[in-house]
Write a protein that binds this ligand. Structure first.
Ligand SMILES: *Cc1c(COP(=O)(O)O)cnc(C)c1O
Length: 370
């Protein structure tokens, strides 16, 4: 790496590894001697097909994804999936949802346009600072699926173990919105029916949406489902029913290659990333807990490793905090407008050194305000 940049804590679109951006820049006008940039290639030409196949194979390997799951590269983002999932899985009947923050709340309202959504549990009573215990969820015997957002990007609440629906006496497939922690940790696919996520948090530019679907769930889309959003149609055409977001897939592929190169001791890829993410989160939460100037209100068992909301005890200092942090080379720390305060998103592309720089800044800022 030749250059260095300020540390960027954006929740999304978020920082992309500098190495990935530098490769993309070098290949911008001429990809591998083809005389074309990736944005200018036919999605059906051999050059792009090779990019696509490599990206898909690398993703399958990184996710340790069993062969009975399909990978679909789609468009529309996580918010479109809130409609696309019920259009494909609900058959217009019933589905359950657990609301643990703003994102699952949005999913609940949107999906209710297409099927009978049943609220199985809600964390609203705790101001979304914890997750209701799965043993207390009111699951419906006739639900076509159960929706959970496994990392609530705004409230900073993460499931560290996926719910085991079968152990709860429920045969419905689990649908997870893993937009903001995809590839940050291993996934137990034996518990999952479908996973979706936008790319702009941990993978690459906005515009690409990842859908991972168990094959036996295909084939039941409602007749009103748009063809480009019908998982079966998309799967049958290898994500080329319509023109896929080619540049986003290329960038994602470069990130997958970068991820495969990451090492921590004997660990590699996602396992290395997971260990690094645990260390990053611990460094930041330990500091926040040691200070009375800052606080994070989330239940320690559900604190997100990716999105760390925090509040200054005296919020009249917020503007000064944001100006000083920016001047110190720590960008985009402002919290989501719906809950205020600050938020540090520390996705895969954020190194431990970036979190250390943030902690050093937090300590210094507190001193200057005494
Ligand atoms: C960012 C995000 C989304 C929404 O993505 P869009 O691309 O804006 O549709 C959905 N779910 C979660 C958990 C997110 O973090």
């Amino acid at each position: 790496m030749t250059k260095s940049r300020p540390y960027n804590f954006s929740a999304g679109p978020a920082a992309i590894p500098l190495e990935v951006l530098e490769i993309a820049a070098a290949e911008m006008t001429d990809w591998h001697g083809s005389g074309m940039g990736v944005m200018e290639m036919s999605h059906r030409g051999k050059e792009f097909i090779s990019i696509y196949e490599q990206a898909e194979a690398d993703l399958r390997e990184l996710l340790a994804l069993p062969s009975h799951f399909k990978i679909l590269f789609m468009q529309g983002g996580g918010i479109a999936e809130n409609a696309i999932v019920p259009l494909n899985l609900s058959r217009g009947e019933k589905a359950d949802i657990v609301v643990t923050g703003s994102w699952s709340e949005k999913s609940y309202k949107e999906a209710a346009k297409f099927c009978n959504m049943h609220l199985a549990a809600s964390g609203a009573g705790s101001q979304f600072t914890t997750v209701p215990a799965p043993t207390k969820w009111q699951l419906s015997p006739d639900a076509r699926y159960v929706h959970v957002c496994t990392n609530e990007t705004i409230h900073g609440v993460e499931f560290h173990t996926l719910p085991d629906l079968q152990a709860l006496g429920c045969d419905a497939p689990l649908v997870i919105d893993f937009s903001s922690h995809v590839l940050s940790r291993n996934v137990d696919w034996s518990k999952v029916g479908l996973a979706f996520g936008g790319a702009q948090k941990n993978i690459g530019p906005a515009g690409l949406t990842l859908v991972i679907v168990r094959e036996d769930l295909l084939g039941h889309a409602m007749s009103v489902c748009p063809s480009a959003f019908n998982y079966t149609t998309v799967a049958e055409h290898g994500s080329m029913y319509n023109t896929p977001p080619t540049y986003g897939i290329y960038m994602a592929g470069l990130t997958f290659q970068w991820l495969k190169r990451q090492k921590e001791g004997a660990l590699q890829g996602v396992a290395a990333m997971e260990q690094r993410n645990i260390a990053k989160a611990q460094l930041l939460y330990d500091f926040l807990d040691s200070s009375s100037f800052y606080n994070n209100p989330v239940d320690k068992n559900y604190r997100s490793r990716m999105n760390v909301p925090f509040f200054l005890a005296d919020d009249s200092r917020n503007d000064a905090f944001l100006a000083a942090s920016k001047a110190a080379g720590l960008l985009q720390l402002k919290g989501h407008k719906s809950i205020g305060g600050m938020r540090a998103s520390i996705y895969n592309a954020m190194p431990l050194a970036g979190v250390q720089a943030l902690v050093d800044f937090l300590r210094e800022f507190e001193k200057t305000q005494a």
